[in-house]
Design a binder for this molecule. Structure first.
Ligand SMILES: NC(=O)c1ccc[n+]([C@@H]2O[C@H](COP(=O)([O-])OP(=O)(O)OC[C@H]3O[C@@H](n4cnc5c(N)ncnc54)[C@H](OP(=O)(O)O)[C@@H]3O)[C@@H](O)[C@H]2O)c1
Length: 309
């Protein structure tokens, strides 16, 4: 991707998964990118890589407005925290005050006004602010991130994928594909007023995930269905805050009941926008093998992979 935009592109959440990959891709494409981060050492780290960076917390509208000075487009990424709605709205107001021309918002496939999941309701509200901002906008609605599966690494290393999603499918997406879409949209300046739903190339239920992971990492992994309360307890034991663990319990309960939260869809938007097909779960698992199941073992110590789990 070569740069076609000449204006400054600011990115929040620039030290995170999607934001970090997008900064990298924009920089590699020769765009003038500005990372907006909240710690001085993060500014220094970006500058050491030759990437402009400014210090601003998304909770601080004045600092954000200053950090967006001279910016043409903003890729607005907020973290799934209790402050997400406030952070998103602050970002939108600061962009308008700073004279930013266009916002690309990282929303979610699950964004919904009445959702029991706090993050899905928060991003729905931020989407509403973005549409009402008076700026040009594009809203990206990705499905569940493949990188979420890294949190199951301790179990995966023992050959088990514990979840509560049952037969419900998710159009799991590689966050690098989301970043490719964001980069393409920001570089081309097209897709104004569009809200693409972004998914991977296949809809996978619990067994489907386990099968694709098995193929990718070259070891047998089987799906272990957990009752939703056990799932929540496991999340809590792994340090997930209670509000988030309950939200995830509700979300995967919806997935298991199929079709109730907007992530059980598959689209061809990634390929339509970027010209390249999205990464499959098994390709992603192969590339992220050590994060999922740890360092290599001798082939003799591996369990055989079978299509039937
Ligand atoms: N996970 C999924 O399956 C999924 C699916 C659809 C949509 N989404 C959406 O994707 C977004 C998260 O993207 P991600 O996973 O790429 O994020 P992430 O890796 O969790 O990173 C969050 C970023 O936000 C920054 N941040 C946190 N609090 C901040 C503050 N007060 N001021 C400024 N920056 C702050 C973090 O900076 P530090 O490094 O300083 O902490 C980090 O750069 C959320 O909006 C979520 O709703 C997620």
């Amino acid at each position: 991707m070569g740069a076609t935009t000449s204006g400054v592109v600011a990115v929040t959440g620039a030290t995170g998964d999607v934001g970090g990959k997008t900064v990298e891709m924009l920089h590699d494409a020769g765009a003038h990118v500005r990372a907006v981060v909240r710690r001085p050492e993060q500014v220094a780290a970006f500058e050491a890589r030759g990437i402009e960076a400014r210090l601003a917390d998304l909770g601080d509208e004045v600092a954000m407005t200053t950090a967006l000075d001279g910016v043409d487009q903003l890729f607005l990424v907020t973290a799934a925290t209790r402050q997400q709605r406030q952070h998103g709205s602050t970002g939108v107001r600061a962009a308008a005050a700073a004279g930013v021309r266009a916002i690309v918002h990282l929303s979610g496939g699950d964004a919904a006004e009445q959702s029991p999941m706090p993050w899905a309701k928060a991003i729905w509200e931020v989407d509403r602010d973005v549409r009402a901002s008076g700026l040009q906008w594009t809203i990206l609605h990705p499905s569940g991130f493949m990188t979420n599966l890294v949190s199951s690494a301790p179990a995966l290393a023992h050959g088990v994928f514990p979840q509560t999603m049952g037969r419900g499918g998710i159009g799991w997406i590689d966050t690098a594909d989301i970043a490719r879409v964001a980069t393409t949209v920001l570089l081309a300046g097209e897709h104004v007023g569009a809200e693409p739903v972004l998914t991977g190339p296949e809809l996978l239920d619990g067994r489907g995930v386990a099968r694709a992971l098995s193929v990718g990492v070259g070891r047998r992994i089987r799906y272990l269905h957990l009752p939703s309360r056990v799932f929540r307890a496991v999340l809590r034991a792994n340090g997930v805050p209670s509000w988030q663990a309950e939200g995830l319990r509700q979300q995967f309960g919806c997935v298991a009941r199929r079709g109730l939260d907007g992530v059980d869809v598959m689209t061809d938007e990634v390929e339509r926008i970027t010209g390249t097909a999205p990464t499959s779960m098994s390709e992603w698992a192969r590339a992220n093998r050590s994060a999922l199941v740890g360092a290599d073992q001798p082939a003799s110590a591996r369990q055989p992979v079978s299509g039937q789990l």
